[in-house]
Design a protein around this ligand. Structure first.
Ligand code: PBG
Length: 331
């Protein structure tokens, strides 16, 4: 057992005497294959526009998204996640624009898939970019109606798969959505469409910049998602969530946010041995990127935070910094 090792026979610094040695015995690596780049696609926009709360990240118009995706592919990216920013006059109580098969995100996905057949496209399934109250579900009175929401999510998922999404990623935390979406996908001939479940998604305050980016913050007007997203104080509950989602047919499970939830990633990976992803969310990204831009932290902190997610057990990571990291570092 390693614990019988004694100094001076054992000197752990021996294996740290050169970078080659350090790399040789490294337990974890971060490569381009582990990184998923999210994109915000905005309706009616020409070119790109900056997102104030997300340094270096922009919303892109349909006219320019192909060239942005092409640049990502050139940098080494093989998977992207796409998020819609729709006209606010299309938002309503039920998020009905989500069920328009020719909506912004379906058009974007089908055109990207035609141009870049190899790229893996991950499409978020949730109503919050489409509702005028900013919630992820159907609002009945002052409650989010779980089962009514499922019907819409099932339909939304099949339209996204029809458009060419390879992976459907339900991010709303309604109960039973994975099973419901799986059955709808199967019914509409999408047996091989993968489900990446945001299985342990916490009621976190780290999503603020994302809500700016997709324009759901103004709609929410301070309303809380605590009736569906998980209590940040819990970890047993995360295992229950993941167990249910696997039983319902999730192919991949995800923990979100990332860095403050390393214990959760580790428990889930060790318990279920399933493909497990982590999402370095907008707030985490902006904190680090802002500090890098100010010169307060070295740019390596971004790499470190992602490598630590992998060490905790993540197999792949959504990160807004993915393309930039691949440009700057040899991963
Ligand atoms: C919406 C969704 C959110 C994120 C991904 N999908 C925000 C939320 O739940 O309010 C957050 C991602 C991020 O902060 O980067 N269902």
């Amino acid at each position: 057992m390693m614990f019988n090792r004694k100094f001076p026979n054992s000197r752990l610094r021996r294996l740290r005497t050169s970078n080659n040695l350090i790399d040789l015995v490294s337990e974890t690596t971060l490569t381009k294959h582990d990184l998923i780049q999210p994109f915000f696609i905005k309706e009616g926009l020409k070119g790109s526009e900056a997102i104030d709360s997300m340094p270096k990240i922009s919303r892109h118009g349909l006219d320019i998204i192909s060239s942005k995706v092409e640049q990502a592919i050139t940098a080494g990216i093989s998977s992207i996640a796409v998020f819609p920013v729709i006209d606010s006059n299309k938002k309503d109580q039920e998020g009905s624009e989500a069920l328009n098969p020719n909506n912004l995100i379906c058009s974007a996905i089908s055109s990207l898939k035609k141009q870049f057949p190899e790229i893996i496209i991950i499409a978020d399934v949730a109503l919050d970019p489409y509702t005028n109250h900013g919630h992820d579900g159907v609002l009945k009175g002052n409650k989010i109606d779980n089962d009514e929401t499922l019907k819409l999510l099932g339909e939304q998922a099949t339209f996204l798969a029809d458009a060419g999404a390879d992976i459907i990623a339900p991010s709303d935390m309604m109960d039973g959505r994975i099973g419901y979406i799986r059955s709808k996908l199967d019914e509409f001939n999408h047996k091989d469409t993968i489900i990446l479940s945001y299985a342990a998604k916490y009621h976190s305050s780290f999503y603020g910049p994302f809500r700016d980016a997709v324009g759901s913050k103004n709609q929410l007007q301070g309303a809380s998602k605590s009736s569906y997203q998980m209590n940040i104080a819990n970890s047993d509950e995360a295992l229950h969530e993941v167990a249910l989602d696997i039983e319902e047919g999730a192919d991949i499970v995800m923990v979100k946010p990332g860095m403050p939830y390393l214990d959760i990633i580790s428990k889930i990976k060790n318990t279920f041995k399933m493909p497990t992803f982590a999402y370095q969310v907008s707030g985490e990204y902006s904190m680090l990127q802002n500090a890098i831009d100010q010169g307060w932290l070295e740019k390596e902190v971004m790499l470190e935070s992602l490598l630590c997610l992998k060490r905790a057990g993540a197999d792949a990571i959504l990160s807004y910094s993915a393309v930039e990291l691949l440009k700057e570092f040899d991963l």
